[in-house]
Design a protein around this ligand. Structure first.
Ligand code: SF4
Ligand SMILES: [Zn+2]
Ligand SMILES: [Zn+2]
Length: 310
């Protein structure tokens, strides 16, 4: 395989685009494509302040890097979930500790950027690992973790006055979620799924996913080529997650027909624009303000996040 631009040996072959590129030409391609997606979905402008949710993994660090290279005013948010704190010798150091180090190292290497850190256990009294253990009969670690992350990302974005919250979700993530939502015909989720989640209520931050059209292997290749150090291992709670099974199914389909994931996702977005999902669910749910944390909630009393600690 040869690079389409210069003819040198290719570093990556993107079969869905019928495009091979060498390392030197792949990096600007990723940056250019990200800029295109930001423009296409009107994610944010040059003047706006962006908060990137960084996990220490490849996608979020690559996203932060690309946004900085594009000249955006982008800071980071790391949420220390305290995962790995109840693991055994099989994991030499807690997962969260190691991923936090990666996020901090990246921030230090990019002067002028700010990394906000929320330590869940220090702030609220319990880590995700501890709550998951306490609530093991009723809730999965991922549902607890997701709830905490959504709450804290929204809180920091609003408190620190950011215009938009950017996450590193890639096409593999988005296609797997879409697959799950379609399998169960979860119309409410399908209605909201997309590259931009508008803040359809006071107290809610606008959320965007500028990497939603990149395959996971592309963001991995970008971090390697850009020399970004990230946490390689998966969260110990990730094993057995349904989204992983969906990813594997899609991977098999992609292998047989390159471009399956991209077309599945992009054509879904197009079909939505053409009116695929127009139901009475388009009426936004009535939101109240949680009396404790002041964030919007559908509940009349404390929000789900606040109830977690009661
Ligand atoms: S795998 Fe689950 S518990 Fe681990 S970071 Fe992701 S959502 Fe949280
Ligand atoms: Zn080249
Ligand atoms: Zn609350």
């Amino acid at each position: 395989m040869r690079c389409r631009t210069c003819g040198a040996p290719a570093a990556i072959n993107m079969r869905q685009h019928k495009l091979s590129l060498c390392a030197e030409h792949f990096q600007p391609w990723i940056i250019k494509q990200t800029a295109r997606v930001i423009r296409k979905y009107r994610m944010f402008t040059r003047e706006q302040r962006i908060l990137v949710a960084v996990s220490g993994g490849k996608d979020s660090l690559a996203l932060w890097d690309v946004l900085l290279k594009l000249g955006y005013r982008a800071d980071g948010l790391y949420i220390d979930l305290g995962i790995g704190s109840m693991e055994t010798a099989a994991t030499p150091a807690p997962y969260s500790l190691r991923s936090r180090e990666k996020a901090e190292t990246f921030a230090k290497a990019h002067s002028g950027t700010v990394l906000h850190v929320v330590d869940v256990a220090a702030t609220y009294g319990e880590s995700v690992a501890e709550i998951s253990h306490r609530k093991r009969r009723t809730d999965s670690p991922c549902s607890i973790c997701g709830l905490i992350k959504r709450h804290e990302m929204n809180r920091v974005a609003l408190e620190e006055d950011y215009d938009v919250l950017a996450t590193g979700h890639n096409l593999d993530d988005e296609a797997a979620v879409l697959f799950g939502n379609v399998l169960h015909w979860q119309v409410g989720y399908l209605r909201r799924q997309g590259p931009v989640l508008v803040a359809d209520g006071e107290g809610l931050a606008r959320k965007v996913k500028p990497f939603c059209r990149f395959y996971e292997r592309e963001t991995a290749a970008y971090t390697l080529i850009a020399g970004i150090d990230y946490i390689y291992e998966e969260c110990p709670f990730a094993t057995g997650a349904t989204s992983l099974a969906h990813k594997e199914t899609l991977l098999k389909m992609e292998h047989e027909t390159p471009g399956t994931k991209l077309h599945f996702y992009v054509n879904f977005l197009r079909a939505k624009e053409e009116g695929l999902i127009t139901t009475n669910l388009d009426i936004p749910p009535e939101l109240h303000q949680c009396p404790k944390c002041r964030q919007p909630t559908m509940s009349d009393a404390h929000c789900r996040f606040c109830r977690l600690w009661e």
